[in-house]
Design a protein. Structure first.
Length: 318
């Protein structure tokens, strides 16, 4: 594990219901990429441990305690065990914050071959609020900015809330999209553009191989065809969960991420055109107009042609 510190940590930036779990799964199907979802240890452990120089038994135990404290309730879908993480930490020759974080990554997906890992990728929906801290702590990090037409994003959230019998606020959905991508666009202009790659959900679904090759090139890692077989990867994970008799977890995944068990399909692109009230669609467009123009989303129902992700980024104003 003496080259652990050389494995880069990258980040997916997005708002909810943009396909970030889909992208993370596609990346994780690559034998050289380990991508985790909905875990905050890369961010929340910075203040307590980034300056730590004495990684003795007590420090390791405190690190493990805080790792558990900040763990998402979804950690059981991916994580091995605290005992395994402790073994990973003790196996590191020169333990510091950077190598400890990378050892934590290696404790996820225990059945994945770790000797081939060449990149770590973290996906969590609040990373956009902490870009300054992340870029300072992980200076070599790259960022995949994932977005989706705001009208589709809002409609998908409405449909999900109805399916779950949850209360929902459409105006909050609109504001969330606008706030997140305003922050991310500002980040594009504040930090080096070569650290960012814009990926549209629509392009990822319509042309997965093209987009995944572009992402791999951005991360400086060779494309692997297994990335296109992510659905099989997920079905295997679901079978493992069923065998472990975790009905609550199985039901959650089956309800909220069922689309990950099949190949990508394009019928969710432009869903607002079929299901959304015209007045609401116009309101969303008026609120998000400037960002939509920047990221090259069409205003009307007739235009369906989308530029590829990297084309949109290359034409953004400085």
């Amino acid at each position: 594990m003496n080259i652990l510190k050389e494995i880069p940590v990258h980040f997916i930036l997005s708002t909810g219901r943009t396909g970030s779990t889909l992208l993370s799964t596609m990346l994780n199907a690559h034998p050289g990429i380990l991508s985790i979802s909905e875990q905050l240890f890369t961010l929340n452990l910075i203040e307590g441990y980034v300056a730590e120089t004495n990684w003795d038994e007590k420090t390791i135990d405190n690190f493990l305690r805080d790792f558990e404290l900040f763990a998402s309730d979804k950690i059981s879908t991916q994580f091995s065990s605290i005992e395994n993480l402790k073994k990973q930490l003790k196996a590191v020759r020169s333990l510091n914050f950077q190598t400890a974080i990378r050892a934590a990554f290696l404790s996820f997906y225990p059945t994945k071959e770790k000797k081939k890992i060449r990149a770590f990728v973290a996906k969590e929906l609040i990373f956009h609020t902490q870009l300054k801290k992340i870029t300072k702590t992980y200076p070599d990090a790259k960022f995949i900015l994932l977005l989706r037409d705001p009208r589709d994003n809002v409609q998908i959230k409405i449909n999900r809330a109805k399916r779950r019998n949850d209360n929902f606020n459409v105006f909050r959905y609109i504001a969330a999209w606008k706030v997140v991508y305003t922050l991310l666009y500002n980040g594009l202009n504040k930090y080096a553009k070569e650290k960012f790659l814009v990926v549209k959900y629509e392009a990822l679904v319509q042309h997965p191989e093209t987009e995944l090759r572009e992402i791999c090139n951005f991360l400086k890692i060779d494309f692997h065809p297994d990335m296109l077989a992510y659905d099989e990867f997920n079905r295997q994970k679901m079978e493992e969960i069923k065998k472990e008799i975790r009905p609550e977890l199985f039901n959650y995944l089956n309800r909220d991420h069922q689309g990950l068990l099949v190949k990508t399909y394009i019928d969710k692109i432009g869903i607002w055109q079929k299901e959304m009230d015209l007045k609401l669609a116009e309101q969303i467009w008026n609120e998000c107009r400037e960002l939509c123009k920047i990221f090259e989303y069409p205003a009307d129902r007739k235009s369906t042609r989308l530029n590829s992700s990297h084309e949109a980024l290359s034409r953004m104003p400085s």
